[in-house]
Write a protein that binds this ligand. Structure first.
Ligand code: PLP
Length: 417
């Protein structure tokens, strides 16, 4: 073993002892609500395929047709010869969908943030981020070279004081506020109306990551900014086609100047081969479905599942399709996830560094493809697990209503912790 390998092995062993080691555990089936892993069938509550579009026949057909018409790969970066008809069409569709002057597609949401933030902000500017902003927003901000400030999660007073500080000390700079609309690991919303008012008061730019709101909130699934009538006042709306659209890719919707600057400066766009044209073609089809009556029905179904879970679990509101059961210790979260898996549920343990140290949790995600009995089964399994671990929390609220009691008459799997 080389000395580097020995050092890397020690680092892995250290992760092991802190219950922080990750490993790949592939599924043996396609993405869906019922999956097979290690030969066992599991009910999947860990996917971001919120609308169940990853297996939609029309989107799969669009992928096939797109590959047949436009080829398998793009061959080069967009700025060389990789810009093919579906890329431009997707960008026009995204801009029309979001009501912005322009849009730019990337090969992932991560690449969108990593390229766009440093394209629009640089040394001498100030970026102010929510403490729970996604890794791609943090990394993009670091890469920009701007001065960074972080405010505690959704803390408007601290955001205001950072904005005041930035305007006083950097009077002629661009000041950006970066946040998510639905937080990926907590499932809560940012106070968007207040953030918009603040950024306008301080002449700042708002960069909003709608990754987990796209497809779910707002008219036709246009996102939280649309739901609150604030879309025209958000400067940059970012999102991903990897979650509710069931595919892969990221996008940024903004003014013509912002998009043209990204085309000229976003390194993850310029120095990366264009996404396969078939994915862009299929994304156009996914957007049509998301905005259609079928999309509305799928939205209602997944948001209905989340509301039902919130009501019968007594665990609190679920404003979109993500719910975090916060357990604190990493080992508790791991043990709980293993126990749920033993009972037939795939619910991931989320640990540091994805969430703060000591903030480990189970992250539950709902899909339109789930059935109501499947939500009931999960709720009961979680309830039994929590009864064991945190008896004060869940069963009291839920059993008071007698609803979990009724569920318990049926034959459901339970989590043993
Ligand atoms: C809030 C947020 N932004 C961006 C991304 C990155 O999107 P993608 O998976 O398309 O790279 C994710 C996905 O994990 C996310 O949760």
């Amino acid at each position: 073993m080389s000395s580097a390998d020995a050092a890397w092995s020690r680092m892995l062993a250290d992760l092991d002892t802190r219950s922080l080691r990750r490993s790949l555990r592939p599924l043996e089936t396609p993405q869906g609500t019922e999956v097979v892993r290690d030969g066992r069938t599991l009910l999947n509550f860990s996917s971001n395929d919120y609308l169940g579009l990853a297996s939609h026949p029309a989107i799969i057909a669009a992928l096939r047709e797109g590959a047949a018409r436009h080829g398998a790969g793009s061959g080069a970066s967009r700025l060389l010869c990789g810009s093919l008809p579906p890329h431009g069409e997707l960008e026009e569709t995204l801009a029309a969908f979001k009501g912005t002057r322009a849009a730019l597609a990337f090969s992932s949401g991560f690449a969108a943030a990593l390229g766009t933030i440093p394209a629009l902000f640089g040394k001498g500017d100030v970026l102010i981020l929510d403490k729970l902003a996604h890794a791609c927003l943090i990394d993009g901000s670091r890469l920009s070279g701007a001065t960074l400030r972080v405010y505690p999660h959704n803390d408007l007073d601290r955001l205001e004081s950072h904005l005041g500080w930035a305007r006083k000390n950097f009077p002629n700079s661009r000041v950006g506020v970066i946040t998510e609309s639905v937080f990926s690991m907590d499932g809560d919303l940012c106070p968007l109306a207040e953030i918009v008012a603040l950024k306008e008061r301080f002449d700042a730019v708002l960069y909003l990551d709608e990754a987990h709101a796209f497809g779910l909130l707002g008219a036709g699934g246009r996102g939280l900014a649309d739901a609150l009538g604030l879309a025209p006042r958000v400067d940059v709306q970012m999102g991903t086609l990897s979650k509710a659209a069931g595919l892969a890719g990221g996008y940024v919707c903004a003014s013509r100047a912002a998009i043209d600057l990204a085309i000229n400066r976003a390194r993850s766009f310029i120095y990366s081969t264009a996404p396969p044209p078939a994915i862009a073609a299929a994304a156009i089809r996914a957007l049509e479905i998301i905005a259609s009556d079928e999309g509305n029905q799928r939205r209602q179904r997944v948001l209905g599942h989340a509301a039902h879970f919130a009501a019968i679990s007594g665990l609190g509101p679920v404003p979109a399709a993500i719910f975090a059961v916060k357990l604190g210790e990493e080992s508790h979260a791991l043990e709980s996830a293993r126990s749920l898996e033993a009972s037939g549920f795939l619910v991931p343990a989320i640990r540091y560094p994805t969430v703060p140290k000591g903030g480990a949790r189970l992250r539950i995600t709902f899909s339109a493809a789930h059935s109501r009995p499947e939500i009931d089964r999960l709720t009961l399994a979680i309830a039994h697990g929590l009864e064991h671990l945190c008896p004060a929390v869940l069963p009291k609220a839920a059993k008071k209503k007698g609803e979990l009691g009724a569920l318990g008459q049926r034959d459901h799997g339970t989590m043993r912790i």
